[in-house]
Design a protein around this ligand. Structure first.
Ligand SMILES: [Zn+2]
Length: 647
């Protein structure tokens, strides 16, 4: 229970709450709680008295087995070894302990027994014989052999290596206090990219300069048979590189116009933040449909996975072209400046995600704005993207019971597994709805200051401190509010309380309105939705009949809560076999919805669910409702100002 909750309870209720356990313990039958003392030590901010030599062999691409050999010095008596559990960037206890095998520990050639902690299954207790100062530790990381096991990280052409998967570290010390000397063996002839500095390379084995465990885990390696390295900030003493790894060499071809857009991204980020917090920065960008397409931020690099044809088919609008701008923004927002309760001294300690509406919400905002300012998206594409996002939150039923703040727990509740009725549950809304809240703050600052100040000033004030420093600076909610008040005095505490902490509040669309636009629905195509539907091979009719449908076979992929489809008892997985008596086609379904406008006849579907067929009448008469932003000439066009590149 937090303070806010207990403060709201009447005194009589509080007295009852306090009394209840006393009454209960005297009278209740059954066993007493068994609580053995925790053998886990809390980490201290002291230098680890030895070092960790970590040898990783990831050359077994065929079997996707990564062999790890560690030499840990500085051992004095009993210790606990941890496999990283709470991972930065995923904000959740997602360390892949289920892919960890073959642990053997020895000292001076003799086996040393280990015992896993029965509560924290990521912890291994070790009792070395007296006088042992170094442990020899071996294990295998079994990278997923199918996507049922986990994300695919290795292919015959490419591998992604996150060091947290291949390290056991000694407990009792802050991660930044444990020195690691890491080496990596790759398949012969492969090239790699990483924020780590190389000390030496012998054949396929690379030895990196020693770093702390914290820096190591924040510095993954991408490697591959086909790669290229492009300079995004030529002539700078703080280099930024785009490292590409692809399934085929032809996919690596980047035209100069596109390279220029990514160079603009770096320029526009510097104009926004006025600082950098890395010695150099490396985008690790995989162009592959064989390995996982991920996005994961680090302070001096990022993991970016995209459409294999992201460069070779540039004219196809890519909905995820804000990926690199998003992950790059995290170097400032999330990595350098981090919520105090999300930063952890060591990876066995739980993270708290309540400030993700800043960490992810404002990164979503700057990521999309920087994508537009850099020319990766056009202004109109960005407006179409905003319309889609706003429409979703306007229709999302779950907001009636669940606050936006509460969704920040979702990384822990459900780390992106599929779920039933997602818009009734809500999910990671602190990204997209967080973005709309920040748009509201930005337009409000612009309005109140008569165009003299904006959220750009907040970005510079909050993230632009300590230029050149890589040392993390943490913050609390009050610090965000204080910085906003420095930019523009306003009751920002109440502003965020109202939008974040209450359930049942309408979607935050005031930023769009104060930006000079209105969210409308009609039959005009939304370029973004058309591109996304083509990409995901589906028909999106969420705001009309309330479904997303597989465009080829009519399988229902999503049903919006309380939509006409919901009321007709359609569910995800059912298949639309016929529309108004004619065999299903995506075109016919779209047309039937379009022609429903003003009619009194229902749309008749024949639906197959399991082995049952049924005729379903959709009582719907409003035509296509595709979201759009329409210009409102009565309000200054602040959205266009926000999206224009900074000079
Ligand atoms: Zn993010």
């Amino acid at each position: 229970m937090n303070r806010a909750f207990s403060a709201g309870l009447p005194a009589a209720v509080m007295a009852f709450v306090y009394l209840l356990p006393l009454v209960g313990s005297a009278a209740s039958p059954g066993p007493a709680e068994f609580l053995p003392p925790s053998p886990l030590v809390r980490p201290e901010d002291l230098p680890y008295p030895g070092k960790l030599r970590l040898e990783v062999d990831s050359s077994d691409i065929a079997r996707r087995i990564v062999h790890v050999h560690e030499f840990l010095t500085g051992v004095v008596g009993d210790l606990t070894l941890f496999y990283p559990q709470w991972l930065p960037g995923t904000h959740a206890p997602e360390g892949p302990i289920d892919r960890f095998a073959g642990l053997r520990i020895s000292a001076d050639g003799a086996a040393v027994p280990w015992k896993r902690d029965p509560v924290d299954v990521f912890a291994f207790h070790v009792h070395p014989p007296a006088g042992v100062a170094m442990l020899d530790i071996e294990f295998d990381y079994l990278s997923a052999t199918s996507d049922k096991v986990g994300p695919i990280e290795m292919s015959p052409e490419l591998l992604m290596l996150e060091w947290n998967s291949v390290v056991l570290y000694p407990g009792g010390y802050y991660a930044r206090q444990i020195p690691v000397e890491a080496s990596l063996t790759l398949p012969a002839g492969w090239k790699f990219g990483s924020a780590l500095e190389v000390r030496s390379t012998v054949g396929a084995k690379t030895l990196f300069e020693p770093v702390s465990l914290e820096t190591l885990i924040d510095s993954p390696v991408y490697a591959g048979k086909y790669s290229s390295r492009l300079d995004l900030d030529p002539g700078s003493s703080v280099p930024v590189h785009l490292n590409l790894f692809a399934d085929r060499p032809a996919l690596l071809e980047v035209k100069s116009a596109e390279l220029e857009r990514y160079r603009n991204l770096v320029k526009q980020a510097y104009r926004l933040f006025g600082s950098h917090h890395y010695a150099h920065y490396d985008f690790l960008y995989s162009l592959s449909d064989k390995i996982q397409q991920s996005g994961l931020e680090h302070q001096q690099s990022s993991e970016d996975g995209g459409d294999p044809e992201a460069f070779t088919d540039w004219d196809k609008l890519s909905a995820d072209r804000d990926l690199l701008p998003h992950e790059y923004t995290h170097s400032w927002n999330g990595k350098f400046r981090r919520p105090a309760d999300l930063w952890v001294a060591s990876y066995e300690l739980p993270m708290r995600d309540d400030l993700l509406w800043v960490y992810e919400g404002q990164t979503e905002y700057w990521g999309q704005i920087l994508a537009t300012r850099a020319g990766l998206w056009t202004r109109d594409q960005m407006l179409d993207q905003l319309a889609l996002s706003a429409a979703f939150y306007e229709h999302e039923a779950g907001r009636s019971w669940r606050s936006l703040s509460d969704t920040t727990n979702d990384e822990i509740i459900n780390p992106r597994r599929p779920e039933s009725w997602p818009d009734w549950q809500r999910f990671e809304d602190y990204y997209g709805e967080g973005e709309l809240v920040w748009l509201e703050a930005d337009t409000l600052i612009r309005e109140l200051s008569r165009g003299r100040r904006s959220l750009d000033d907040f970005a510079r004030l909050f993230f632009g401190i300590d230029d050149g420093s890589t040392t993390i600076v943490t913050y609390m909610r009050a610090d965000v509010i204080a910085a906003l008040n420095t930019v523009q005095p306003y009751d920002w505490a109440a502003f965020f309380d109202a939008r974040l902490d209450a359930a049942g509040v309408p979607a935050p669309l005031a930023g769009i309105e104060r930006g000079g636009y209105r969210l409308i629905y009609g039959d005009k195509p939304n370029e973004f939705q058309t591109a996304r539907d083509a990409d995901r091979k589906r028909v999106s009719l969420l705001y009309s009949i309330g479904v997303d449908v597989d465009d080829k076979d009519g399988t229902i992929l999503l049903v919006m809560w309380q939509s006409p489809a919901f009321k007709a008892k359609l569910i995800e997985g059912a298949q639309i076999m016929a529309v108004n008596g004619v065999a299903y086609s995506a075109e016919d379904l779209r047309e039937a919805v379009a022609f429903s406008k003003g009619t009194t006849q229902p749309i008749e579907l024949i639906v197959k669910s399991g082995d049952r067929f049924s005729v379903v009448d959709l009582d719907y008469h409003d035509g296509l409702r595709i979201p759009h932003l329409e210009r409102n000439a009565a309000v200054p066009d602040r959205l266009t100002e926000i999206l224009a590149p900074r000079k």
